[in-house]
Design a protein around this ligand. Structure first.
Ligand code: ARG
Length: 457
């Protein structure tokens, strides 16, 4: 153990089992090594390591990194976490390793490694969200002016273009990219040099270490630096909201793939069968996109509960920060990749959508607006059209006949019962009509391009 000097006995097995984090924090090996490199270089810069010691440590770190990458790294029984394992191995390779922890604590070390890891994971995830958005955009462009019923309360409301509907999910995902990259910005602050909690009497240079790690900023307060896990909570919030959005996409695909609705046929590669019922093609991917949201939301509430009430500064409770975020990142990644493939390959049944949108009542709002365009007050127009819908429902005649025969509406208005005709008139900003849609597609494309640049940052 790296801290055994003060102790007469080794910790009990039950303590090791509870306390050790190596099992799950191994995946910080790359960022832990990056942090150690920057720390060693900074120590060399301020004269706490001779150039030879610094170079010896840097070579040992390269060696350890290569061992990890090749799967050759051997953990020792005393390795409590990834940080102790790396330092132990560096010191075996070069005795100068005994100076690597100068002015450093695992408290600032782990915060540094975890922030670096989080920064990278958020970039990756934002890229995967952009891939899903791109798949939605492709499908939207290919859908051209195909339309389906739009719903409120899951009741047919007004016809909308399929492209418009797909892009609605795309814009929600654009906010997720925004949140993920905002969380990345908050993670992008170096805590290295805060020490255990109170800095150091040695002439450390934290801004220098921060620059070497490519952090955008350096901590302002050493106590805050080692106890702050807001960045992990921010990341988990961004992932929880993303999970909610993915779950809503999943739910619609489940609904659309149902026999009764039948708006989509999921590709064989993204559908699943039943062990007993030979005819089944199940939308498991969409259901898991819906179901996994539960664990993403759970991880956020879990971490916030861990953080609540912690006194300054580092407390071992903080070791509970990693598993939720690791799992949330893994989960979101799995869902994003599968859902992207599912969206890219799904067969939309646009004939069935058009059929579903052909109910004449879906034109009621457009008919009322047609009257408004000819000087009728909207309330009166609403009542007039509502009355025709009621008479049609009572069986007097079809709505088309009643509209054509109505003295205020007439045959010209009756043409609006064709959903393509009524849709073509709804071209206000952000609307589903052809011109508004074309402009929206351009805005969406530009946003994707700008966000791709932002991810690369
Ligand atoms: N494995 C620990 C963690 O993840 C590293 C920090 C340990 N610091 C300490 N003072 N025991 O938080």
């Amino acid at each position: 153990m790296l801290w055994s000097g003060r102790f007469e006995r080794e910790p009990e097995a039950a303590v090791r089992a509870l306390n050790d984090s190596l099992r799950f924090d191994q995946r910080l090996f790359e960022t832990d090594i990056a942090g150690s490199r920057a720390h060693a270089e900074m120590l060399g810069e301020v004269g706490l390591l001779t150039p030879a010691e610094r170079d010896g440590i840097l070579s040992a770190l390269d060696w350890v990194e290569a061992e990890f990458q090749a799967g050759r790294f051997e953990f020792a029984p005393g390795d409590e976490d990834i940080h102790t394992a790396v330092e132990r191995r560096v010191t075996e390779l070069d005795p100068a390793g005994a100076k690597l922890h100068t002015g450093r604590s695992r408290n600032d070390q782990v915060a540094t490694a975890f922030r670096l890891w989080t920064r990278g994971a958020l970039s990756d995830l934002a890229g995967l969200v952009l891939d899903l958005q791109a798949a939605l955009l492709d499908r939207a462009v290919a859908a051209d002016l195909a339309f389906l019923p739009g719903y409120t309360h899951l009741q047919q409301a007004q016809p909308v273009t399929l492209a418009h509907h797909l892009l609605a999910h795309g814009w929600a995902l654009a906010r997720d990219v925004d949140r993920l990259l905002d969380a990345r910005r908050r993670a992008d602050v170096s805590p290295l040099g805060a020490g255990a909690l109170a800095g150091s009497s040695l002439p450390l240079d934290p801004p220098d270490a921060a620059r070497r790690l490519g952090f955008a900023a350096v901590f302002d307060n050493s106590l805050d630096a080692v106890s702050d896990r807001d960045f992990a909570a921010d990341a988990l919030y961004a992932l929880a909201v993303l999970g909610v959005h993915l779950s809503r996409i999943g739910e619609e695909l489940v609904l659309w793939a149902s026999t009764e609705v039948g708006f989509v046929v999921i590709d064989d590669g993204y559908a699943t069968g039943s062990s007993m019922m030979p005819q089944k093609r199940n939308p498991d991917v969409a259901e898991l996109a819906r179901g996994k949201a539960g664990r993403l939301v759970g991880h956020l509430t879990g971490l916030l509960t861990t953080l609540k009430g912690l006194p300054l500064t580092y407390n071992k409770d903080l070791q509970e920060d990693k598993e939720p975020l690791f799992d949330a990142v893994d989960t979101a990644r799995l869902v994003l990749v599968a859902l992207e493939g599912m969206v890219a390959t799904a067969a939309f049944d646009t004939e069935r959508m058009a059929e579903a949108a052909s109910a004449p009542e879906l034109a009621a709002t457009d008919l009322a607006e047609w009257l408004v365009g000819r000087g009728t007050a909207f309330r009166d127009a609403h009542a007039a059209v509502g009355e025709l819908v009621r008479r049609a429902a009572a069986g007097e005649a079809s709505l088309a006949e009643l509209v054509a025969a109505d003295r205020r509406l007439g045959p010209e208005a009756a043409a609006l019962l064709d959903p393509a005709r009524s849709l073509a008139r709804r071209n206000t900003h952000g609307g589903p009509g052809p011109e508004a849609l074309a402009a929206q597609i351009e805005r969406f494309r530009a946003r994707l391009d700008a966000d791709r640049d932002w991810v690369r940052g």
